[in-house]
Design a protein around this ligand. Structure first.
Ligand SMILES: Cc1cc2nc3c(=O)[nH]c(=O)nc-3n(C[C@H](O)[C@H](O)[C@H](O)COP(=O)(O)OP(=O)(O)OC[C@H]3O[C@@H](n4cnc5c(N)ncnc54)[C@H](O)[C@@H]3O)c2cc1C
Length: 533
């Protein structure tokens, strides 16, 4: 076994995102295994990093900090305490996220600096369609009926009735799944285009099981029941109002964006003697039978390559890369891993001094109150709009400016991905102007961030993923964890839980290793890209 001069074993960790850094910190806290982290990027955080553009901060996707796991919620607060200005530290704090809600007792800890805190944010996100705002999740209320028009609402109702009376059987595709639950018309209005924009494949090619797994708790019957109940409820029912207030979705958010959490964690890892090498990629692995014996690492700043011996190898890099580095002899494994599908993602950051929106909650400069807005308009390619000011006012250098993220789901190498940055900023601004949200002349500055493999997808070769998993499991000291590391639609908390379970298994000579794959197999909440969810 490899040992440091101090006699401890070495874990090489590929990637300094949430999974890699959680593994590193937990190894240092709970064992004498020495973590050596190698990260291709020049900063930590992975997809959960904060990009700083001239003092304006971007969050690639809008990362809500919420978990069903007490361990994760405590872990985060241990790194960044909740801002005491935001809460009464003597009272439990109720936060909620999609179908779940929980109480927290904020830790009484003085932050290391005024900025090193978690904010408590209320969620507001709406759908923009036909140049109007619809509630999200979609509600059957006067606003929706007014926006759709009485006749269209009637047609939606009839189509729903038809779908209930004669559902599509067998239910094979995601389209069948949607139509059976919402009717053809509502599906075509609100679900089809957006889902296809996100995944880049027709709903007819996505399996119905995927819908069943991802889209729980949504039904028209429930929406109608809720709408009726709301109509008949007395306005004076204050107890009910209080309940509703407590059900407003609230989540935690680092004051300087999600990457702040991971920059703090990186500081702790280094403080405890762990190593994090930025701009260093793992480009190959050496193996001896069922053991990974060393990682081959390239320094991206000068191109030099070295061999780093290890006792354990923790991978958060894409499964397809990991598998090819292990050189399987089974062609089937090579084919499945090599063809695992992904969806890529691009964000244009736009700085403006005003927008053209009006209505409830909109600021004098036209900035909407939303954290993000789903753009349903079929005549533009933008999928979602982030309003970074509303995630944390500290995301913006000048409080009077509006700092937006225009998100596009795409494929690396396609026409969007290949545009020059300046051309893409211009294209994105023109799209927002086209749907009446801004005047392009009000754009002060802009930038572009590309995120390859933002979404590990569950189509095509993924159906045979078990073959790849069995191959990876055959290595006794290999721990694939995290989102792309396990080809799982993981949120940060799932990635962290997998990393923590890997640390436990490393400490316990591999016991519990296979259970790592059980994490995030039945949760029903995920990032908001699944507006359909
Ligand atoms: C649009 C969007 C919205 C999201 N919203 C939320 C949300 O609201 N809440 C939430 O909790 N989560 C959210 N997520 C998910 C969250 O971003 C991920 O779960 C999390 O970042 C995964 O952490 P990870 O460490 O597993 O992987 P990553 O963040 O992907 O980190 C992996 C790291 O490994 C590095 N790497 C890869 N290959 C190599 C190599 N060969 N050598 C060295 N380094 C390598 C990469 O550069 C990267 O830094 C969202 C994701 C997206 C795309």
């Amino acid at each position: 076994m490899t040992q440091t001069s101090g006699g401890s074993k070495i874990a090489v960790i590929a990637g300094a995102g949430p999974a890699g850094l959680t593994a590193a910190l937990e190894l240092l806290r709970r064992s004498n295994i020495q973590p050596l982290v190698f990260e291709t990027d020049v900063q930590v955080g992975g997809i959960s990093k904060t990009v700083n553009y001239r003092g304006n901060r971007m969050d690639l996707g809008g990362h809500r900090f919420f978990s069903k796991s007490d361990w994760v919620m405590r872990w985060w607060q241990d790194i960044l305490p909740i801002d005491s200005d935001e809460v009464d530290v003597n009272e439990p704090l109720r936060i909620s996220y999609q179908h779940d809600s929980r109480e927290l007792v904020p830790a009484r800890r003085t932050p290391s600096s005024p900025d090193a805190v978690l904010l408590v944010r209320n969620r507001l996100s709406r759908i923009f369609y036909r140049r109007r705002f619809f509630d999200y999740p979609l509600k059957l209320n006067a606003g929706t009926i007014g926006n759709m028009g009485f006749l269209e609402t009637l047609k939606v109702g009839l189509s729903y009735g038809q779908a209930r009376a004669a559902p599509r059987r067998p239910e094979r595709s995601l389209e069948d799944f949607f139509v059976n639950r919402f009717g053809e018309r509502l599906y075509r209005t609100f679900f089809k285009d957006y889902t296809e924009k996100v995944w880049g494949v027709p709903c007819t090619e996505i399996s119905a099981e995927w819908g069943a797994q991802r889209i729980k708790g949504l039904s028209v019957t429930r929406a109608v029941a809720h709408a009726l109940a709301t109509q008949f409820r007395s306005n004076a029912d204050t107890a009910q109002k209080q309940t509703e207030t407590s059900l407003i979705e609230r989540f935690l958010y680092p004051k300087l964006g999600p990457g702040q959490m991971w920059e703090e964690v990186a500081g702790l890892v280094r403080g405890r003697g762990g190593e994090i090498h930025l701009a260093h990629s793992v480009i190959g692995l050496e193996r001896n039978g069922a053991q990974v014996t060393a990682a081959i690492v390239r320094d991206e700043s000068c191109g030099s390559v070295r061999v780093v011996p290890c006792d354990f190898f923790v991978s958060t890099m894409p499964v397809k890369h990991l598998t090819s580095m292990l050189r399987p002899t089974d062609d089937h494994v090579v084919r499945v891993a090599g063809n695992l599908p992904y969806r890529d993602f691009m964000t244009a950051g736009l700085l403006l001094d005003r927008m053209r929106l009006r209505g409830k909650g909109t600021r004098a400069n036209g900035m909407p109150p939303d954290n993000w807005i789903y753009i349903q308009e079929p005549d533009v390619r933008i999928g979602r709009l982030q309003v970074f000011n509303n995630w944390s006012p500290s995301m913006v250098a000048n409080a009077d400016s509006i700092w937006l993220g225009l998100e596009y789901f795409c494929r690396a190498g396609d026409d969007l991905w290949s545009m020059q940055d300046a051309q893409f900023v211009d294209f994105a601004a023109r799209e927002l102007e086209k749907i009446g949200m801004i005047d392009q002349r009000d754009v002060l500055d802009g930038t572009v961030v590309r995120v390859p493999r933002a979404y590990p997808a569950y189509f095509g070769e993924y159906r045979e993923f078990d073959r790849v998993r069995a191959f990876l499991d055959s290595f006794t000291n290999l721990y694939p964890v995290g989102r792309n590391g396990m080809h799982r639609y993981n949120n940060q908390d799932h990635s962290m839980l997998a990393a923590n379970a890997a640390v436990t298994a490393m400490i316990n000579s591999g016991a519990g290793k296979s259970e790592i794959w059980e994490i995030n197999t039945e949760d029903d909440y995920h990032e908001s890209v699944e507006r359909v969810a």
